[in-house]
Ligand binder design. Structure first.
Ligand code: KG4
Ligand code: ZN
Length: 333
């Protein structure tokens, strides 16, 4: 079954054709990152306009890259939630138009379910059940994936997402948006023991995260140094901060694995590109089955949407022309 996936939830306009949820036949991503960089973050209005300009060309390229036309496509999968509402609407309306004109089924896909499905592409042998750490720019969750469309949140962030915690700290250190990737790069040459950071706790919810305290403590460190006219070594600060965030994520993930008895551990989302997180997970291979997405499928893409779309379709989850975008929606149902 060939599924055309469409993704426009944030600042990447993406389209992809995936066969049977696992085989990527084409994968086109038009990134807007440079257009938002000057503002230090994604500007929703600009994102919507740029998606509108790019979507037709990106979808046409996804078809031509695998020598297909709409006649070869069996269904259209689209990210409908969560994300920037104006951005999501561009993809949803484009997919609805395609579905109406071609008569092919329309499949709504939750963006975070898509991130999890990036692992079905990278690891063809991976099947639920498993435990997944989903860490992106907007979300941080520990999810028990009982089936392809049966998911349960076992831990979540109470404030910032892990990607946000990286981006905000990186911004304070003077790095360009999105700073997570730059912070990760600079951290490679730093001493991770140079600075210490608190390990926040969420009362009564040991598997939940809170990143705001970590972010505040790096901001305070930088302000105090500035007031004293001191320059902190950015690589040491980045390395220490990265260690604090990654150890915090890993600590909760392992705790959740013990509590749920899950032996298959999976990571997904933009932050799964983090070098230290990947190394820490790989180091657990003697105790757990570890699955990490290929780097090109960590960030937002439409192949992951088409992959999850296949399993949503098999579960009977299609939509009609009433489909609407939703800025917020739980991954559970
Ligand atoms: O999943 P994603 O592409 O978009 C959302 O759905 O939010 O995630 C983007 C996030 C950004 O916060 C970005 O800084 C972070 O992923 N990120 C990283 C790295 N690469 C991307 N964070 C830490 N280390 C990285 N190497
Ligand atoms: Zn994402």
């Amino acid at each position: 079954m060939n599924i055309l996936g469409i993704e426009t939830s944030c600042d990447e306009t993406a389209a992809s054709v995936v066969r049977d949820g696992r085989h990527v036949l084409s994968d086109v991503v038009a990134s807007q990152v440079e257009n938002h960089q000057v503002y230090g973050g994604v500007v929703p209005e600009i994102a919507s306009r740029m998606h509108s300009e790019a979507i037709s060309g990106v979808a046409a390229k996804a078809l031509s890259d695998c020598d297909m036309t709409m006649g070869d496509i069996d269904a259209i999968a689209v990210t409908y939630a969560p994300g920037l509402i104006g951005a999501l609407l561009v993809g949803v309306n484009f997919a609805k138009g395609l579905s109406l004109s071609s008569g092919k089924p329309l499949i709504p896909v939750h963006h975070l379910r898509g991130h999890i499905a990036s692992n079905y592409i990278s690891s063809p042998q991976l099947e639920p059940p498993f435990l997944c750490l989903v860490v992106s720019g907007g979300h941080s969750h520990i999810i028990q994936v009982d089936g392809y469309t049966s998911l349960r949140i076992v831990g979540r962030t109470r404030d910032d997402a892990a990607g946000e915690a990286f981006d905000k700290a990186a911004r304070c250190m003077g790095m360009a948006y999105p700073g997570g990737v730059h912070l990760d790069e600079i951290a490679e040459s730093g001493n991770a023991f140079a600075f210490s950071f608190p390990r926040p706790k969420v009362d009564g919810a040991p598997l939940d995260f809170s990143f705001s305290g970590l972010k505040t403590s790096v901001i305070n460190l930088l302000h105090n140094a500035e007031q004293k006219g001191e320059m902190l070594p950015t690589n040491d600060l980045a390395a220490s901060y990265r260690k604090a965030v990654v150890c915090y994520l890993m600590d909760h993930f392992i705790k959740a694995a013990r509590e749920t008895g899950m032996k298959k551990l999976v990571v997904a989302g933009g932050v799964s590109a983090n070098r230290l997180l990947r190394r820490e997970l790989t180091a657990l291979q003697s105790t757990y089955e570890i699955y990490i997405p290929a780097l090109r499928y960590c960030a937002d893409n439409a192949a992951m949407i088409a992959a999850q779309g296949y399993y949503e379709y098999r579960a009977g989850h299609t939509a009609g022309m009433e489909l609407n975008a939703e800025a917020q929606r739980t991954i559970e149902g």
